[in-house]
Design a protein around this ligand. Structure first.
Ligand code: HEM
Length: 185
């Protein structure tokens, strides 16, 4: 492995470590505000509006990226297509997560409800997996643009499928529980 590659991997590892801490901090802050603040009644509708906007943008970005990945896996598009969409939708996914954490804090989450606890675990998993996926996308960025998914080493294929599955499962769990909580409130 070249010195430059080793150095760039080291920097990426440090950035990821910072990002994991940033996610934990943001999640902790959101939950702390959610449990302690008593927002005025008028804030509920604007907060729900921002929350739903966050769902549309964040989930939309995740679905788009993983659909492109799936199309690459079945030979319907190239790795270059996946990389291009990843550049566009990654900032959107983080904007969505940030909007959800910020607005959720003013929706008074009920952490005595086990479903809400499961939802928060799913939210944390979605965000942590988002950070972890940057390692996978860094590795994919070093491959030739036209490489077939089937030509990758088994470990890399399993890693890609696992990351996409965790992403979809955690996003949909959070969305479904959020909707159940709203309708049963
Ligand atoms: C991946 C992140 C998240 C997703 C996908 C998500 C999704 C949703 C959805 C779909 C709803 C239903 C909205 C509606 O039907 O009008 C909802 C409601 C809610 N969310 Fe989230 N949410 C996320 C993060 C959070 C966080 C971090 C918090 C709190 C800190 C939170 C607190 C709430 C609360 C309290 C409600 C119920 C609002 C009500 O009382 O009607 N959510 N969420």
């Amino acid at each position: 492995m070249s010195v430059r590659l080793r150095e760039s991997r080291r920097i990426a590892r440090h950035e990821r470590a910072l990002a994991y801490w940033a996610v934990l901090l943001a999640m902790g802050l959101s939950l702390w505000v959610g449990m302690t603040a008593v927002p005025p009644e008028w804030m509920r509708i604007p907060a729900l509006f921002v929350h739903l906007g966050g769902v549309i943008v964040g989930l939309g970005a995740a679905v788009l990226l993983e659909t492109k990945g799936l199309l690459w896996a079945v030979g319907r598009n190239t790795l270059e297509d996946v990389r291009r969409i990843e550049h566009t939708v990654s900032p959107l996914a983080w904007m969505g997560i940030f909007a959800l954490l910020a607005s959720g804090a003013f929706l008074q989450p009920d952490l005595t409800n086990p479903l809400t606890v499961i939802k928060m675990c799913a939210v944390l998993l979605a965000a942590m997996n988002g950070v972890a996926m940057t390692r996978l996308t860094d590795e994919l960025a070093r491959l030739p643009a036209e490489v077939r998914f089937g030509a990758l080493p088994l470990s890399m294929r399993a890693w890609s499928i696992w990351s996409a599955t965790v992403s979809q499962a955690s996003w949909w769990t959070a969305v479904i529980i959020g909707m159940i909580n709203t309708t049963t409130r």
